[in-house]
Write a protein that binds this ligand. Structure first.
Ligand SMILES: Cc1cc2nc3c(=O)[nH]c(=O)nc-3n(C[C@H](O)[C@H](O)[C@H](O)COP(=O)(O)OP(=O)(O)OC[C@H]3O[C@@H](n4cnc5c(N)ncnc54)[C@H](O)[C@@H]3O)c2cc1C
Length: 430
């Protein structure tokens, strides 16, 4: 590269799993190019979302400071919340929050900063959708906010002592993990998992049977086919009016994404995800890249759904693409295929379903002790990877999808091609 790119300003908004990786890897890949990288996040801590069900069950997270994870990379950390993007002026407006608080704390100092960029990496992730049914936002807790999850966990011991009832709404993998964790950590609780479909429906028969057995062993009552219509202060109401008594309710159903991109006029899909081309650039603003849960990424086999497994490769791809672009090199098409569905079932059991590229289950699966170790490896992996990535190129790509992603889909990678096996997973969120 050339001096023309010295001082190229790269702003990464969101320091979750993908934004952290994008920032650290971009710094590594552009270290001789003189690019200036800024990472923006409201909290000074990196939140391990993959472990939030452990927090809700009364566990504690390791305290990973973003500034520590960035040490030695040259990336500047701005603690604040991006409140607006002006794609014409190429500027992000950030409401600053002082160090020592998560932004909402009493000691938070606010101020507004404009961050100009030449390249923007949009990594704002997703949150649980509490707008689906009335009362979910007021009378249920989600796994989004570590503080709320911690407070939820702190109330369980007293509740368990009196045989209290906890309801987990949402039978996706996050709901399954949460229900298992709560029941195992507090055997005195009555835990009910409410699921519209069959929990673990995306898994193969044998892995799902193991999941069912584990939930039964832990005493979790599973109510499949339960359509929650309302969350009340002491109950959850189902379609038809029946009520499930619930002293504490955890809401894990559905995800939604921030509306920042849509408000800025960056093209988004119906759910607000940034529509990207096959290089992960916004189709309306090519100087904006979108990664992780907030990006609508299509592969030949269909649309990628939000997971860490798919998000980290998007971050890696964008970091490499930015470096290659600054060096004047050709950039590659993003290729990704799913590899596994790792599910913890408390601290002593887990099940790992291995998958085809489109997330449909293979025959192979893992359970028990080996699955616990595997799942822990998956959960601990990202932070280890950030630390290593400061000094070397570490890959986050488990599978590029093989045959299922080899040929470019038409229309810039946005068209869907049928899978050779004629089946496609319908799993659109974790
Ligand atoms: C309990 C649980 C278990 C999970 N387990 C797994 C698993 O085993 N495997 C798997 O692959 N996936 C799992 N997932 C899904 C996984 O956590 C997400 O797919 C992943 O976090 C997406 O990464 P991301 O970087 O896109 O978003 P996030 O990790 O959510 O990060 C987004 C970041 O952006 C920040 N942000 C938001 N708004 C703003 C703003 N306006 N300005 C600045 N910053 C902002 C947020 O504070 C956050 O730090 C799990 C999710 C949950 C909730």
């Amino acid at each position: 590269m050339t001096t023309q790119h010295r001082g190229h300003r790269i702003v990464v908004v969101g320091a979750g799993y993908t934004g952290m990786f994008a920032a650290v890897r971009t710094a590594r890949r552009t270290r001789r190019l003189g690019a200036r990288i800024t990472l923006v996040n409201p909290s000074p801590r990196f939140t391990e979302r993959l472990r939030m069900h452990q927090v809700a069950a009364g566990g504690r997270l390791a305290d990973h400071r973003i500034a520590d994870l960035l040490a030695g990379t040259g990336v500047e950390f701005v603690q604040g919340r991006a409140v607006a993007i002006d794609p014409q002026a190429r500027r992000v407006t950030v409401e600053r929050t002082a160090a020592g608080g998560s932004g909402a704390g009493p000691d938070a100092r606010h101020g507004v900063t404009d961050l100009p960029y030449d390249t923007l990496v949009y990594a704002l992730g997703s949150r649980t959708d509490t707008t689906r049914v009335p009362g979910a936002d007021h009378h249920a807790v989600t796994l989004d906010d570590p503080r709320a999850a911690h407070e939820f966990g702190a109330r369980l011991a007293a509740l368990a002592a009196t045989g209290g009832r906890v309801t987990v709404s949402g039978g996706g993998l996050t709901g399954v993990e949460a229900a298992a964790e709560l029941a195992e950590s507090h055997p005195g609780l009555e835990v009910t998992l409410l699921s519209r479909g069959v929990p673990g429906a995306m898994m193969g028969d044998r892995a799902r049977a193991h999941l069912d057995r584990a939930l039964a062993r832990l005493g979790v009552t599973v109510r499949a086919g339960a359509d929650v219509t309302k969350v009340l202060p002491g109950a959850v109401e189902l379609a038809g009016g029946a009520q499930v008594p619930s002293d504490l309710t955890l809401w894990t159903a559905g995800v939604r994404v921030p509306d920042l991109a849509a408000r800025a006029g960056i093209e988004t899909d119906a759910r607000g995800l940034v529509v990207v081309d096959d290089r992960l650039r916004s189709v309306s603003h090519p100087e904006v890249y979108a990664i992780g849960d907030a990006a609508a990424v299509r592969q030949a086999w269909g649309q990628v759904h939000g997971t860490c497994q798919s998000g980290l490769p998007t971050a890696q791809h964008v970091a490499d693409t930015i470096a290659r672009t600054l060096r004047g090199r050709a950039v590659r098409r993003f290729r990704f295929g799913y590899f596994h569905q790792p599910v913890s079932l408390g601290r002593r059991d887990a099940v790992i379903q291995f998958t085809y590229a489109d997330d449909a289950p293979r025959r192979a699966y893992l359970r028990g002790r080996w699955a616990v170790a595997y799942k822990e490896f998956v959960s601990a992996g990202p932070v280890v990877m950030y630390r290593l990535s400061r000094r070397m190129n570490v890959t986050a790509v488990l599978s590029r999808g093989g045959r299922a992603t080899r040929s470019a889909a038409g229309g810039g990678g946005r068209a869907v091609m049928p899978l050779p096996r004629g089946r496609r997973a319908e799993n659109m969120g974790r």
